[in-house]
Design a protein around this ligand. Structure first.
Ligand SMILES: Cc1cc2nc3c(=O)[nH]c(=O)nc-3n(C[C@H](O)[C@H](O)[C@H](O)COP(=O)(O)OP(=O)(O)OC[C@H]3O[C@@H](n4cnc5c(N)ncnc54)[C@H](O)[C@@H]3O)c2cc1C
Length: 301
């Protein structure tokens, strides 16, 4: 299909065969058939509509910090909202666009005295990705602060939904089936100095425990109920296990790192070996937390 098939207005925003690896923190994977960088709600709406009309699968990429993109790349359209990153604070309420960086949001909340989102300090990626994944950790998850989300739902309609109308689970939410545009978060009023210190402390804890300076996609597997996937992987003797350029981190068993020249194929093979060993030792089937692309299209054409 040629670029001319896209409506004229959106055409300047479309890139063909855009490499995706460099847009992920794991740094592996092939190109997107079409890549669109949206700067406005209209760009997003036009892209969704064009994808539906052209029968192309649509995928949304945030900061790429939880993604494993196949070596062959992704068919259809990959949409980025990186150009939509406004943050406005009104008392203890925060209006934030999906493309905003989550760490920028946390820092802004601290410096404006909004308490709550500090629990998300140190989690890479975008606000849209955090909502789609319900990102979080031992101090809380983003769903704890959601008042409302504006998204394009799986039917392709622009919609605003309150927290109680949305389904969030452990590292999952129904928002992954659509396109998150913007959210209204509700914190509480706190002391700026204390919040800045709290955010720094949580960040330091993460830096001490995880291989932050390596290329990775964060935790590879979800924690089975009441258990730690990292500890199970460690006990199964997988730390340091390698396939090609992919290696299980010696620092944290649930992190697969790209030592430099890993391919998606290596990462997948390593994940499979780890899951097999954990099953043999613990009798538990690990489920991936990292999102594997290509996957099912978001919005039915
Ligand atoms: C070093 C490191 C540490 C990490 N620590 C944590 C942690 O402590 N806790 C935690 O939860 N995660 C952690 N992660 C994983 C990751 O940072 C989070 O899952 C993050 O929220 C993903 O956001 P993203 O913007 O990078 O999403 P991406 O990786 O780009 O995408 C992830 C999923 O979200 C979807 N998505 C992205 N944007 C949108 C949107 N606007 N609308 C709809 N769907 C969208 C994508 O389609 C995909 O399915 C870590 C990752 C790394 C590399």
């Amino acid at each position: 299909m040629s670029l001319n098939a896209f409506p004229k207005r959106i055409r300047p925003r479309v890139r063909v065969n855009e490499p995706l690896g460099r847009r992920t923190t794991l740094r592996v994977g092939g190109p997107a058939e079409y890549f669109v960088e949206a700067m406005s709600l209209r760009d997003v709406a036009d892209t969704v509509q064009a994808s539906r009309e052209l029968g192309l699968p649509l995928h949304v990429i945030g900061g790429g910090s939880n993604l494993l993109v196949a070596d062959a790349g992704v068919q259809g359209v990959v949409l980025s909202l990186h150009g939509m990153k406004k943050i406005n604070v009104f008392g203890s309420k925060v209006h934030v666009q999906a493309g905003a960086n989550l760490s920028t949001l946390v820092n802004r909340c601290s410096s404006e005295g909004v308490a709550g989102p500090q629990s998300l300090a140190g989690i890479p990626g975008s606000v849209g990705g955090a909502l789609a994944m319900n990102a979080g950790g031992r101090y809380g998850e983003i769903a704890d602060y959601v008042e409302r989300v504006i998204w394009i739902n799986p039917k392709g309609e622009l919609e605003s939904r309150y927290r109680e109308e949305l389904e969030f689970g452990y590292r999952s939410s129904e928002l992954r089936k659509g396109v998150v545009i913007e959210a209204v978060l509700q914190g509480s009023i706190g002391d700026r100095g204390e919040l800045i210190a709290q955010g720094r402390e949580i960040l330091q804890q993460k830096l001490a425990a995880q291989p932050y300076s390596e290329f990775s996609a964060g935790c590879t597997f979800k924690n089975p109920k009441g258990q730690s996937a990292g500890r199970m992987i460690d006990m199964a003797g997988c730390k340091g296990l390698r396939v090609g350029g992919a290696m299980v981190s010696n620092r944290h068993g649930n992190f697969v790192i790209n030592t430099g020249d890993a391919r998606a194929h290596d990462v997948l093979e390593l994940m499979s070996q780890v899951a097999t060993r954990v099953f043999e030792v613990h009798g538990v089937e690990l489920q991936p937390e990292v999102q594997l692309w290509p996957c099912r299209s978001l919005l039915a054409a």
